[in-house]
Design a protein around this ligand. Sequence first.
Ligand SMILES: [Zn+2]
Length: 146
Amino acid sequence: MRGIVTDTAPESILRRTLKDVIEHKKTYNMMWFKTHHKRKDALGFAGNQLNIDANAFLAKINYKWMFFANPVIVRTSSEINKSHEACLSIPNKDYIVDRYDWVELDYEDDLGVSCSRIFKGLDAIVIQHEVDHLNGILISDKGEKK
Ligand SMILES: [Zn+2]
């Protein structure tokens, strides 16, 4: 498959919890290759959106693309904001979604090194959107249509 997965039916890979990454560099390379012509106007790609069964995503954080494997949100703000979001897997629709103001994420980088970092603002929104994807959750499940 060349494009972004847009099949949101219950049996679609978009609805699955993905397998943990074991070969970090290989997974990163595959995701980087598959998004080559798609990164310009995007903020993130989850493994299942690329038809790759890997618990990993690419996200544009502070203007730079980063790879996140086996991510877990370990702490959040108590404050929640309304976020206006779109998704490459749900073309031409926008949703209003509740998102934490900041999140602390444990993850592994493309070399398999364990990392932990706090993300705020737009970065926090992107992280939450992509972690949802890896758990089979779409913005159409939790958001109101705008
Ligand atoms: Zn999405």
